[in-house]
Design a protein around this ligand. Structure first.
Ligand SMILES: [Zn+2]
Length: 355
């Protein structure tokens, strides 16, 4: 009888010890960084040279003391979009890993060549748009190799992804988010919607055009959704500005998403009156020349309204930009140069339901 009791007690001690081991949180490795629970670290993901030059991707990892989801924030897929880049600079020091659950991966500047050379849309090295070449490839040009590293080191390690943009250096933009309503299946689509509501921007573009093939995901956020990870794309700021309002909006949004995912304490505030944009269009120029906008971001335009025009280099009007349907101007070019085939504006129609 006595012996039995001793055995039972030993068994209890043994299972308690196992439980303690199970609760010990492991370190996390992202790119060159291995980070212990309750710690943060920063470093460079190396993008080796290939067909063209090498580059680096600066990242930080904040590894919470408690377990929870991994959230990735990607700034600078477009290097002339500064508000997300500065917002991440401000966010990193505000977060205490000892008070945090889960892991935050911050990609500070995804597209370093474009950032340092101040190019809109396209890389100065290979002429490609980084946010059109995901998931990338190891033997491609520099944009494709950057996309490959972000896919492998960041997106594939994350549970949730926020791809943070603003209007590019030439775009005057009002804040909104893109919600991919197709890729990843019903659960991913619903969780992505909740991310958008938690981020706090009222205008939510219901994006029906995104690809569903993970091998040809094209966009950064679609690389996540096609891999079963909820994700959204954020737009706040533009025209190469670093205005406090646009930056603070991103900071607030990220903190509220972290509350929503229970990574930090506090009740999340979801958008109370979302304005789902059920129809949207990027309006492109048929001509190369000088653009004159006649409406501003946030303006409501009627179907057929003249939104701006393009002249040739001698002042002759050669193209008129008209609204294809009634809607709100989400962005419009705020600088004169325009090349044939490039965007002049984006218009969105707010759904009657869901208001
Ligand atoms: Zn962008």
């Amino acid at each position: 009888m006595q012996i039995k009791i001793v055995f039972r007690a030993a068994g209890l001690v043994c299972s308690l010890a196992l439980a303690a081991i199970a609760q010990t949180r492991a370190s996390v490795t992202v790119g060159p960084l291995t980070v212990q629970p309750g710690a943060k670290a920063s470093g460079m993901i190396q993008v080796p040279s290939g067909k063209d030059e090498a580059t680096t991707i600066p990242i930080s990892v904040i590894h919470g003391a408690q377990s929870g989801p991994t959230l990735a924030l990607v700034a600078g897929n477009h290097g002339y979009e500064y508000t997300p880049i500065i917002a991440l600079q401000r966010l990193a020091p505000r977060l205490d890993p000892k008070q945090m659950s889960g892991t935050l991966i911050l990609v500070h500047v995804a597209n370093m060549p474009s950032f340092l050379k101040r190019t809109i849309y396209y890389s100065p090295v290979d002429g490609k748009n980084l946010n059109r070449v995901y998931p990338g490839k190891t033997d491609g040009t520099i944009s494709e190799r950057i996309a490959y590293q972000i896919t492998k080191e960041v997106i594939e390690r994350a549970d949730y992804v926020l791809d943070i943009h603003c209007g590019d250096g030439n775009e005057s933009l009002r804040p909104y988010s893109y919600w991919d309503v197709k890729a990843g299946g019903k659960e991913v689509v619903e969780k992505s919607k909740q991310l958008a509501l938690a981020f706090g921007l009222e205008r939510i573009v219901m994006d029906t055009e995104r690809p569903t093939d993970p091998a040809n995901s094209v966009y950064c956020s679609t690389t996540a959704t096609t891999r079963g990870k909820p994700a959204i794309t954020i737009e706040s700021g533009g025209l190469g500005a670093t205005d406090d309002e646009s930056i603070a909006r991103i900071e607030r949004g990220v903190m509220n998403v972290m509350r929503h995912l229970k990574m930090i304490e506090g009740q999340p505030q979801m958008v109370e009156h979302p304005m789902f944009i059920d129809r949207s269009a990027v309006l492109r120029s048929d001509e190369t020349g000088i653009f004159y906008p006649l409406v501003e971001k946030g303006h409501t335009v009627a179907k057929g309204a003249l939104m701006g025009y393009v002249t040739d280099f001698f002042g002759k009007r050669i193209y008129e930009l008209r609204a294809p349907f009634a809607g709100e101007v989400l962005y419009i070019l705020g600088t004169p140069p325009v090349s044939k085939g490039e965007p002049l504006a984006m218009i969105g129609h707010v759904a009657e339901t869901g208001r």
